[in-house]
Design a protein around this ligand. Structure first.
Ligand code: GRF
Length: 199
């Protein structure tokens, strides 16, 4: 199966997929990495793995719709079976969702629907929850609202700060991403309303 991975930052989830895909038995390989900005570690990781990459910056387009169309076209060139947002910090638009909405995954660093948005672990810590985690879901038009594929729980410890909690979540998140993407590409999936079924 062909994976396109979208990144905006450090790309540690991308790295986990690259590492897993080095084994042909995994059943999927990263055929391209896309970013919305230059000079990020995620792009260095793609280069180090010999995977082609592209950058599509919002500010290079007159409107957000033009950016959405350009991103959709760039991703479509690689004929992905799955597109994975791994720390991609932009909400895609209607063109992208029309093309990939049934195969665009995102990983979020809380147990949704609690604490959506870009400061999930910080918000979870501030609220005082004792358990949080990571959620893998198919993206819909909302922010962190799509049908859930899998969740993993992670404890919040008494002496956690944002950094320690974020790192504990990320290591569980990477394992979940690799396992579930492997399962999806090997077994297939259907989305019916909010329900993701894996036969
Ligand atoms: C992940 O924890 C993801 O949930 C959040 O950003 C992080 C991306 O990390 N949205 P990385 O770029 O894969 O290291």
């Amino acid at each position: 199966a062909r994976l396109v991975v979208l990144v905006s930052g450090s790309g540690s989830n991308l790295q986990a997929l690259l590492d897993a895909a080095a084994d042909p038995a995994y059943g999927a390989r990263v055929v391209s990495v896309g970013a919305d900005r230059d000079r990020i570690t995620g792009l260095d990781r793609a280069a180090a793995a010999g995977v082609p990459a592209f950058v599509e910056r919002l500010k290079d387009h007159p409107t957000r719709e033009d950016w959405d169309k350009a991103l959709t076209a760039r991703v479509a060139e690689h004929r992905p079976d799955l597109v994975i947002s791994a720390g991609f910090l932009k909400l895609v638009g209607p063109h992208f969702l029309a093309a990939f909405g049934d195969r665009y995954l995102n990983t979020h660093n809380t147990l949704l629907p609690a604490f959506p948005g870009i400061h999930g672990p910080r918000d979870a810590l501030a609220y005082g929850v004792k358990v949080t985690g990571a959620t893998l879901f198919f993206v819909d038009a909302g922010m962190d609202t799509g049908p859930i594929v899998a969740q993993v729980a992670v404890p919040v410890l008494d002496d956690d700060d944002e950094e320690t909690l974020t790192e504990r979540i990320k290591s569980a998140e990477r394992r979940q991403l690799v396992e579930q993407v492997g399962r999806l590409v090997r077994e297939g999936w259907t989305i019916t309303g909010r329900k993701v079924s894996i036969p």
